[in-house]
Design a protein around this ligand. Sequence first.
Ligand SMILES: *Cc1c(COP(=O)(O)O)cnc(C)c1O
Length: 394
Amino acid sequence: MSLKRLAILGGEPAFKEPLHVGRPNLGDREVLFHYLNQVLERKWLTNNGPLVRELESRIAKILGVKNVVATVNGTLGLEIAIRALGLQGEVIVPSYTFAATVHSLFWLGIKPVFVDVDPVTYNVDPKQVRRVITPETSGIMSVNVYGRPSDIERLSEIARDYNLKLLFDSAHAFHCSYRGKMIGNFGDAEVFSFHATKFFHTVEGGAVTTNDEQLAEKLRAMRDFGYVGLDQVEYVGTNAKMNEFSAAMGLTNLERLDEFVYVNHRNYRRYLKELDGLAGVTLMRYEETEKRNYGYIIIEVDPDVTGLTRDQLAKVLWAENILARKYFYPPCHLMEPYRTLLPQARSRLRETERISSRVLALPTGISIKEEDIETISSIIELAIRNADGLKNIR
Ligand SMILES: *Cc1c(COP(=O)(O)O)cnc(C)c1O
């Protein structure tokens, strides 16, 4: 590897086929076909079918939560949760998240009030939350970024003190725990995404989880146009139902969930070993005593130490067919429409801006082998060693 010439400087790419971040973890084809045949025989394709209900009950068992309401995707899950909780006016939310978190609020006419994140956990900084509460604030929506839990204890205290609803965007955090208890049990409700790029997926899909029975009933109605019975509508509803084909994919993938975790964990350990001691590149750590899905391999690049910016390193990796992603970049307050609509956010989001200019997500998942990680890491090392020669790439 040391003899390699970087592809960006004219060498051969290290990989012939591109290595993607978020390539789907797929279960066994035979299992999937078995479920799909059942669906086709039954001709029950959607509307709370038996596979959706089975998926919900299996997930409820895994998470130890009373109610799992499966949805067509995570975004609609957020929207019905926001509406069912009666959020309005202003909701406190990080800018360091995927656009859907913030869009779901704005879509429902709610003003997102951005707060900065903690530089170590990348999650909402509770100290900042207290500062932006106003009489208009109705709730806090925190994101469990990369599957590492927010400071749930502090956020719950604040929610209690100010009588605010507490909702978690746990799109990244399926099969993760906080102090031994599974994510999905906290706040008023939590929302998962089962999109194809997430560690566990149903092609498109998601779920809202809650231990509140009344809320769950409302969520179930809202996901189905507000219907509570035959010919009886009670709420403003939407169409957020998961279909049977998605549930079939979910049940298939659940059978290999432990294996997905095992491989991601192994990959994480390998990155840890390979990148250890590489000055200026910090791999995000997972607390291995808690349940984690190890779904994201995140490095932070310090340009003052490496002599390379994150963007330059990303270019080097792309030239090698390693399709690393700037995730999350740009932060929500710097993307339109929020950049224009909420210009005052900038002044108080220093950590968010710093982190999003430095992070890079590297490939993992069941299609990534340990040798791949060795190669990826050696290219990062080579790029840093050649930083002087890479100064002019833009
Ligand atoms: C993926 C994701 C969503 C959206 O989920 P979809 O299922 O794609 O609608 C929301 N929030 C975060 C943090 C995400 O990563």
